[in-house]
Ligand binder design. Sequence first.
Ligand code: SF4
Length: 422
Amino acid sequence: MSGIYIHIPFCPQKCIYCDFYSVRMSESLAGEYFAALGKEAEFRMAGYFPSNEHAGLPGAACSGTNDSKATDNEGYPQTIYFGGGTPSCIGIGHYERFLGKLKKITCLDHVKEFTFEANPDDITEDYAKGLRKIGAGRISMGVQSFIDHDLKWMNRRHSSEQACSAYRILRKAGFANISLDLIFGYSGLSMEKWKYDLEMLVRLGPEHVSAYQMSTEPGSMLASLIRKGRYAELADEECERQYAYMQEFLKEAGYVQYEISNFAKPGYEAVHNSSYWNSEKYLGLGPGAHSYDGKSVREWNTPDIGFYIGSLLDGKSCMAENDHGIAHGRRPCAEAKAFRTEREILSEKDMFNEHIMVGLRKSSGIRIKDLQSAFPAFFPRFENTAARLAGKGDIVEENGTIRIPHSKFFISDSIIAELFAD
Ligand code: SF4
């Protein structure tokens, strides 16, 4: 299902492992930022989703009209995802106004999943009520650990108790679909501590769990600690042990692993994220956000909030590089400082490799027939390699699909790389 991702690049403080683009937040900056987001949505929506203007609904919400296009969910956004950064460090009023604007641009009546990323220490009763009011139905909360010492080391803003209390507040506010994030695979996380994290998580009982191995990103504080000899990564074998333990533990607790890093109670698989793994189109708004047309075009915005706001609000925005965009009334990109979206046209080989990469992350894998008909030129080599890997038990072929067994998910990167076309 195709959807809209809205990037909120504000973080009150930087986590030790993170090198995502983010800046410190201020109310005035947030005001300008949301105004710029509204402009970008106006400029780019038509390239991805039918606009109300095209549906004959200028400036009107789609619900309650008799327009046939407005009742056809094909083509309209079906998911909304506010991610970051830290969306929850921004007041609800900004989201309310922005969503009001978005509704005037395209029809949001067909949205089936509306996810909002939150940090535990931002969640108050009022904030949770506000989230319900703007229509959020799914919360993704970055807990990362239930051990205060480890949270402090990660430079997270919250404590274990705050995470539990935020969870209870969200439940009380009526959220019936909550996802919690955990991190494993760092030095200092013993197996005993990891078991404790997982037990605490299961005791809370979220519908969805995302668990990521801590990795050393080049621009992060962690990378600098390593350079200074103050941190050493956890051995791969130990990370694998923690991953395998988690798989078994969550399975026992009733969670189904449907992707390398994601587990859900039946029926609660993330819809928005699934569009990434199913190579479906999505529009990303905000600096650093990526978009994909579902075919061969990837686009992304420069991760620079100053440039983003300045260029979008000074009236010089353009989409000359984007042949999806309907550039009515916009100035050419040749004018200095104009907002532009970078784009890449994927070759056949790129598309094949992407299809393999995202498809094999899923427990359900890839349909062999689909691959064969979409990429006949690359299929023979793929088939040979797949047969060899199947002989080693690295992949499984059954019922017309090819997938990586859960027991090999930890080494999926190397398996997937072998299947790439070169
Ligand atoms: S809250 Fe998220 S985006 Fe912000 S610094 Fe931490 S990990 Fe990075």
